[in-house]
Design a protein around this ligand. Sequence first.
Ligand code: FPP
Length: 238
Amino acid sequence: MALFKKKQKEKKEFSVLPRHIGIIMDGNGRWAKKRGLPRTAGHRAGADVFEKICKECGRLGIEEVTFYAFSTENWKRPKEEVDTLMRLFHDFLIEAKERLTESGDIRIKFVGEREGIDSKLLSLMDEAEFETAERKGTLVNLAINYGGRQEIVSAVNKLIAEGKTEITEKDISSNVYTMPDCDLIIRPSGEERLSNFLLWQAAYSEFWYSDVLWPDFDEEDLHEALYEFEHRNRRFGG
Ligand code: FPP
């Protein structure tokens, strides 16, 4: 593991890269608490790390990465915390154009339930999707107001509305928000659970956990996860 410290890895140094990575950005609150700061400061620091890791995924040529930013359950958090998170998404989108240009070819897509999200934020989300839609680089899915169960239920309801009476796995795969199965799920902060994230896509995901808190997560941690992924023996039940 220490092997990767202080050394920037290049794409060609990985013999196999995951096509789709899911990242649970956990540990912001604990990071802030350790520093005597409000939880919201942890989320602000976490937002900077989100951008850094987006850029690194782009640099490495990862096809798709989904970040868990706000779950359908996160509305239960104190209003101040929810407001800060919404403001961070908003601020990111206001400045997104410049930042995304800097980071090159990144495409942005939002995954989750639109209902419940402020209309101003929704139009910024639509704008960012539209403006980056033609890009060919890494697809960054930002999961906001997202729940894995809700995603599956909504896919089934769509199919019922289309008049389907018998539903196949392929039908559900084509109607969930993100198409390809997730190859690797990264969860920092010491927690080892899925927390309603990418339930459908994670059927054969490899998991990588670490004690590092999300605001301290960096490119080397990503490389470590990729190194471990590269050495996993994936048999998909066969
Ligand atoms: C879970 O950690 C984290 C969240 C609920 C929010 C994640 C959001 C960000 C990192 C901001 C992303 C910003 C942009 C612009 C995409 P926690 O706060 O529950 O941590 P804890 O378990 O230590 O309390």
